[in-house]
Ligand binder design. Sequence first.
Ligand SMILES: Cc1ncc(COP(=O)(O)O)c(C=O)c1O
Length: 372
Amino acid sequence: MNGSGVINFSAGPSKLPEKVMEKANSELLNYRGTGHSVLEMSHRSAEFSQIIHEAESTLRELVGIPANYHVLFLQGGGSGQFSAIPLNLLQPGKTADYIVTGTWSAKAAKEAEKYGKVHRVIADVEKHVGVPCTTKWTTNPDAAYLHYCDNETIHGIEFPFVPESDGPPIVCDMSSNFLSRPIDVTKFGLIYAGAQKNIGCAGVTVVIVRDDLVGHALKECPTILNYKEQAACNSLYNTPPSYSIYIMGLVLQWVKEQGGVAAMERKSAAKSELIYDTIRRSNGFYVCPIEDKFQSRMNITFRIGSGKCTDELEKRFVQEAGKVGMKQLKGHRSIGGIRVSCYNAIHLEEVQVLVNFMQAFQRENTHLFHEC
Ligand SMILES: Cc1ncc(COP(=O)(O)O)c(C=O)c1O
């Protein structure tokens, strides 16, 4: 906890590690003896140059990014990449394959349609509850790329595997689970992630892209979204989100001190298991709509019962949790229910507080659950 007694379970922007906040606070007015703040620093200065280079090298070390991949720090969020990806990779006459498993991959596919032909490799479903079996996928070996979202933040659906590709490079949105488990970068053509969940604050988006995929942008591609232009000037084509890059650098350093990505994976498994176990043992009071093997470790979604009192119980749950300091537990407005976001900065002890609350709430509201 951050000393305020508040536990922030927000889906993003989300809780930052206390140590990062303290460090940023101590350096806010006078960055390491320079006499000025990172907020006031030229992005061409030697100090900022060091900040951005250190962020990149720590990221390369943590993730194991090979030398033939560029690391770009861009603006426009994950949504900016929904446009940048087809603008850079979808050549005229080609089709891009999209695996749609929730709101974010659906948005990515819709945006790509503005620039070229998109094929959805799985049939549209009314309700997303997991990843449909790969035998039902209709992938195209000639596609420009195969796009998927590793963790659907709204539904709470996470891929337990990297899809196999029969040729096209794999493009992955890791906005909400980046650095929460080790990855083999060589399986991917491109990985992107907005920083505001696991790796920093809003404003910067990490793009890791293999060098053979750079340099084929459509002529309409805006320069700031063009991977070749950005790679050529180390993400400094225009004024970058310098403070967000600085915060990201502090978070990356913190992840390293905690034992790296493998330690984050162990911690995420323990936190999410604590909540899913509470759901499973609740005799139907709490219900997770997502199929077991696709239940997200980052965004745990559940409903309270399934009767006519569900809305009332969920409203009460959010209100009462709020009164004891647990914030941002309301599910996304498009699907309702409860959502607990457990990114890297959330402690196991904080999840334990929530689980104790869930158990007490169930005891106190069982009568209402049974009456409805
Ligand atoms: C998985 C995923 N992709 C993309 C986005 C869009 O990110 P942004 O709001 O930074 O554009 C989000 C936002 O929450 C997300 O969760």
